[in-house]
Design a protein around this ligand. Structure first.
Ligand SMILES: [Zn+2]
Ligand SMILES: [Zn+2]
Length: 103
């Protein structure tokens, strides 16, 4: 199954189109912008506690038959975080000092 490629940052709601170099995802595809991951989340996903990695860009061109952003289009469903900034920071405080591979 292809990545969902969610259209926005779940915290600040800025657009993150499928070719964005600013999109970050956790292993569950929770999606945030690079700014929020660094300045608000401290590399702690507020939904699962995991770390983030850059989201790969899906090719716009069909280099192989049936495989491209046109054939597997990005999600149009905007997702917003269920938590306030204070809740996110309180959740992340005991986790942020632990490297993601040790969480
Ligand atoms: Zn953001
Ligand atoms: Zn997550």
């Amino acid at each position: 199954m292809a990545l969902e490629l969610r259209p926005n940052c779940e915290f600040c709601d800025r657009d993150l189109p499928p070719d964005s170099a600013e999109a970050r995802i956790c292993s569950y595809e929770c999606t945030f912008c690079a700014d929020c991951v660094e300045t608000v989340l401290a590399n702690v996903c507020p939904n699962c506690g995991g770390g983030f990695a850059p989201r790969p860009v899906r090719p716009s061109r069909e280099w192989r038959p049936g495989v491209s952003a046109g054939k597997q289009p990005p999600s149009a469903r905007r997702v917003r975080a269920k938590f306030t900034r204070a809740e996110i920071e309180a959740f992340g405080a005991p986790i942020r000092g632990i490297p993601p591979e040790k969480r």
